[in-house]
Ligand binder design. Structure first.
Ligand code: TYD
Length: 205
């Protein structure tokens, strides 16, 4: 079972993934928590350079590096965990490429689709939780930290990402759960728990 979390910067997905992880573990599920970019030694090493060094990166280079990290992540961590019947919680996955490199940077969505299919070997999330939150609110939450390369983008870029995620969710309403990120942390947690518990029950896990 693969559950992914998506949303703009500062939407609260990292908090919610942690809460769900602890809850499922307490309930006795075999669960792992991972993230993109990153998740493997290779991915985490690239992540540091990629997000935090002041580099000029072309959109196409950016896309291909994310895809390289994803290929490694799927092969080394996600596929083996899924084969073992574990619940995998992933902070960003395939949809981030459509949102950021597709709608954000303007790369052809068909190319992203082909690459995504290729590097994931067809692995698709069973559920994607989209934390939808106003751009201003998200960026305010992030402003206290050192901004990474994406967080430094202008408001219009982040607005495109927000709209892109809502569009993606609209295209696949069965896979996505859209949660209002303006709600209280505990309320969001409850909504997510309910959905995930139903899903696990339906899958007989
Ligand atoms: P993010 O989850 O925001 O990290 P953090 O919560 O620690 O700030 O991920 C870092 C950035 O990577 C984010 O701005 C989105 C970007 N990203 C892409 O542009 N494409 C992708 O395919 C992925 C996985 C991430």
């Amino acid at each position: 079972m693969l559950i992914t979390f998506e949303g703009i910067e500062g939407s609260g997905k990292t908090t919610q993934i942690e809460l769900l992880y602890n809850h499922l573990k307490e309930k006795g599920y075999e669960v792992i928590k991972t993230r993109e970019p990153g998740g493997t030694a290779f991915g985490e090493a690239l992540r540091r350079i990629f997000l935090h060094e002041n580099l000029n990166v072309l959109p196409l280079s950016e896309l291909l590096v994310f895809m390289a990290m994803r290929a490694q992540h799927v092969e080394e961590l996600i596929l083996p965990a899924l084969k073992d019947g574990k619940v995998v919680l992933c902070d960003r996955f395939v949809d981030a490429s459509y949102a950021y490199q597709g709608y954000g940077r303007g790369i052809d969505l068909g190319i992203i689709e082909t690459l995504n299919r290729f590097v994931t070997k067809g692995v698709r999330p069973n559920l994607t939780i989209l934390l939808d939150c106003p751009v201003k609110k998200g960026l305010q939450r992030k402003a206290a930290n050192v901004m990474d390369r994406f967080e430094k983008e202008n408001i219009a870029f982040h607005q495109r990402i927000k709209n892109a995620y809502l569009k993606l969710a609209g295209e696949e309403p069965k896979r996505f759960l859209i949660v209002d990120g303006k709600k209280r942390v505990e309320d969001i947690e409850t909504i997510i728990r309910k959905k995930v518990e139903n899903l696990l029950k339906n899958y007989g896990i």
